[in-house]
Write a protein that binds this ligand. Structure first.
Ligand code: PEP
Ligand code: MN
Length: 332
């Protein structure tokens, strides 16, 4: 159950009320609200004077539920909007890892040429092996921030550890939480205390309920600017890197109020399949895409097999525009 408290409710009273129903008191942008795990509309009689509105929610999805907010939430990344009243499908692209100033400048020039707004590159890489390239860390973030100043792009990069949150916030515009970090409650809570948009990737071994509940962790700290990212789950199939769960995307569109971005690069794992898969995703009318591109994928220091070279990316990009239009979306 979600309880909206009247504006006049002071902090102490709000705390007491939350304690009485064993709920969580949340200060979001507009009001004080209490969320409880109870599915029934049961609160003590003494609450009446403080309550503005209540919402009975049947599932474990609460703040992210369409039964709570019918329309997809608007997430604003500076001057760019997804969800809300916008019809935008946001193309986010860039290399898996930032590797050098030259490499990222080449990527920035590709975005500029195509009129794109959002550059992504990893600085703290969650690699499977401790002996692989781990990313340029803070040095990489500073290079990204220089690119932001020079080109005016929005920047997205990931946090691998809660101790990275402050730096990533300082130098970027969207905080990415990677698939392996989806269960990291330190990161979820820390990013929940901010108001920068958070792109939350689905853990490759998590079901949809666990995924949405991870989003609830962020939102329940007060940050409602959450974007969900489906990036493929592990199935019995080994010919592709993961299996992109498009049925899950339909579920998320139906039952949650959060914008949804699809990452076809990590799902497929091989560049040959990325353009087709991306076209299929765009036809579903989604809020955005995350595609890895690199000036010379063969030399990439991480995820070399799946990154598109610039020719491949440009070709795919132009093929997406009419598909977007056919589902009343605008590729930005
Ligand atoms: C990435 O975005 O480069 C990445 C490591 O993705 P994921 O967390 O989905 O594996
Ligand atoms: Mn990658």
């Amino acid at each position: 159950m979600i309880i909206h408290l009247k504006e006049k409710t002071n902090k102490d009273d709000a705390h007491k009320l939350a304690e009485q129903v064993q709920g969580k008191l949340i200060y979001n942008q507009k009001n004080k609200i209490i969320v409880t795990s109870s599915k029934k509309n049961d609160y003590p009689e003494s609450f009446k004077d403080y309550i503005d509105e209540t919402f009975n929610l049947e599932s474990d999805i609460q703040l992210a539920s369409r039964d709570y907010k019918r329309n997809t939430r608007s997430v604003k990344i500076n001057n760019v909007e997804i969800g809300g009243q916008s019809d935008n499908t946001l193309m986010i692209t860039g290399p898996c890892s930032i590797e050098s100033r030259e490499q990222i400048t080449n990527c920035a020039n590709l975005l500029k040429k195509l009129g794109l707004t959002t550059l992504r590159a990893g600085c703290f890489k969650p690699r499977t092996s401790p002996y692989s390239f781990q990313g340029l860390g803070l040095e990489g973030l500073k290079m990204l921030s220089d690119i932001r100043d020079e080109y005016g792009f929005n920047i997205i990069s990931e946090v691998k550890d809660a101790s990275h949150v402050d730096d990533v916030i300082k130098y970027t515009d969207i905080i990415q939480i990677g698939a392996k970090a989806m269960y990291d409650h330190g990161i979820l809570r820390e990013t929940g205390k901010q108001n920068k948009p958070v792109l939350l990737k689905r853990g490759f071994g998590s079901n949809l309920q666990e995924f949405v509940q991870a989003a609830e962790f962020i939102m329940s700290e007060g940050n409602e600017n959450v974007i969900l990212c489906e990036r493929g789950i592990r199935t019995f199939e080994t010919k592709t890197r993961f299996t992109l769960d498009l049925c899950g995307v339909s579920y998320l569109k139906e039952y949650t109020n959060l914008p949804i971005i699809l990452d076809t690069s990590h799902a497929m794992g091989y560049s040959y399949g990325v353009p087709d898969l991306t076209r299929a995703c765009v036809a579903m009318g989604i809020d955005g895409l995350l595609i890895e591109s690199h000036p010379n994928p063969k030399l990439a220091m991480s995820d070399a097999s799946q990154q598109l070279n610039f020719d491949e990316f440009e070709k795919m990009h132009s093929s997406l525009i009419p598909i977007c239009k056919s589902v009343n979306k605008n590729l930005i």
